[in-house]
Design a protein. Structure first.
Length: 353
């Protein structure tokens, strides 16, 4: 199978979450940071993966900032992972390498984990608080080496992480608990990763998923689902030259093209027949950019239609109005002056490239 590097780049870029400005001022009334070793209670709003440890943890944050966090509350541990048997839910990590966290716990922990992965022993030393007792414990990690300055390109560590990720995706499969193929955004991105690997071993899995996508009709907040599954199906056909699914790609891409507003934008939903406005909050540039990417890829894969061409042209004009004016905004309004959110600018860079 041809190795479609753009599929991997697209999967990464489209999965980008919101970022926050490090210089953003914090209001004086921000909530206090709880001391979890003294009865403090987390807000239960979120947790994060703790990288290669196999654990997840809660870290205090405010407006996407973890600057004042000095503890990590373990919320779950994957069976068979490096953390299994060493950490458990309700443990609190208070430091690394025998020293307490004196700066952002999330950042310090991440740096210590990265250092452990390039250490010949692969040992991550953490300070664990459990039910009042403090102990230095060790997590044995796989030794993956150091990131190249060009990472993820020309980087053996990035390559190995990607390979391991694909193996995990293939092992998990793309089906629901009942054994049915589950067409969803998560699996669209998982399938794009497998496709980008170029490994023939994943071909049967990808073919089954592509067939399911070609037969699907998204519902609900439909634009998001149309975008990612159409991108995958177009990339699949481009990589494999499997034209048996072209009719499905044509149907999905023309639904997108004909669901756009008169100026080439989309909301959470398509433009309803006879309507004068976009359903679902009006213009939204994310998912609008992935929808345009889907149309461009469908065209490259062989879909030919005047409606598709017109919608691409309209969207292109609409998006280009923000060149040299700041990051692409959430909708049809002044551009953000601060930062990119939801990966819109990077997605647009791929689109115009």
């Amino acid at each position: 199978m041809k190795n479609p590097l753009p599929a991997l780049l697209l999967a990464v870029l489209l999965a980008l979450g919101p970022t926050a400005s490090a210089e953003a001022p914090w209001p004086a009334n921000k909530p206090p940071v709880p001391d979890l070793t003294q009865g403090g209670v987390p807000d239960q709003s979120h947790d994060w993966t703790l990288g290669a440890t196999g654990a997840r943890g809660w870290v205090w944050s405010w407006k996407c900032q973890t600057t004042e966090a000095r503890q990590i509350l373990i919320t779950s541990v994957a069976k068979g992972s490096p953390a299994d048997g060493v950490l458990q839910p309700k443990d609190v990590l208070t430091g690394v390498n025998g020293q307490p966290f004196t700066e952002d716990a999330r950042i310090v922990f991440a740096k210590a984990l990265t250092a452990a992965e390039k250490d010949p022993g692969g040992v991550l030393n953490v300070v664990r608080w459990r039910a009042g007792a403090v102990e230095n414990v060790q997590l044995k990690l796989a030794v993956l080496g150091e990131y190249a300055v060009t990472a993820p390109f020309g980087c053996s560590k990035s390559k190995r992480i990607f390979e391991l990720g694909c193996e995990a995706i293939a092992k998990q499969g793309l089906k629901d608990p009942k054994g049915n193929i589950r067409v969803c955004i998560e699996n669209d991105l998982n399938a794009l990763a497998l496709l980008a690997s170029g490994r023939e071993a994943y071909r049967p899995l990808l073919t089954s998923y592509a067939q399911a996508v070609a037969e699907s009709t998204p519902g609900g907040w439909e634009t998001w689902h149309y975008a990612y599954r159409t991108i995958f199906l177009a990339e699949y056909i481009l990589a494999t030259k499997d034209t048996a699914l072209m009719e499905g790609l044509r149907r999905l891409s023309l639904d997108i093209a004909r669901g756009a507003s008169p100026v080439g934008t989309w909301g959470h939903k398509f433009m309803l027949p006879g309507a004068t406005y976009l359903a679902g909050y009006g213009c939204m540039n994310q998912p609008g950019i992935p929808l345009t990417l889907a149309l461009v890829l469908a065209r490259e894969a062989g879909v030919k239609d005047a409606d598709l061409e017109k919608t691409i042209a309209k969207s292109r004009v609409f998006l280009r109005q923000w060149v040299n004016k700041g990051a692409i905004p959430y909708g049809d309004h002044e551009p953000w002056p601060w930062h990119e959110d939801n990966g819109k600018c990077s997605s647009a860079a791929v689109l115009f490239d």
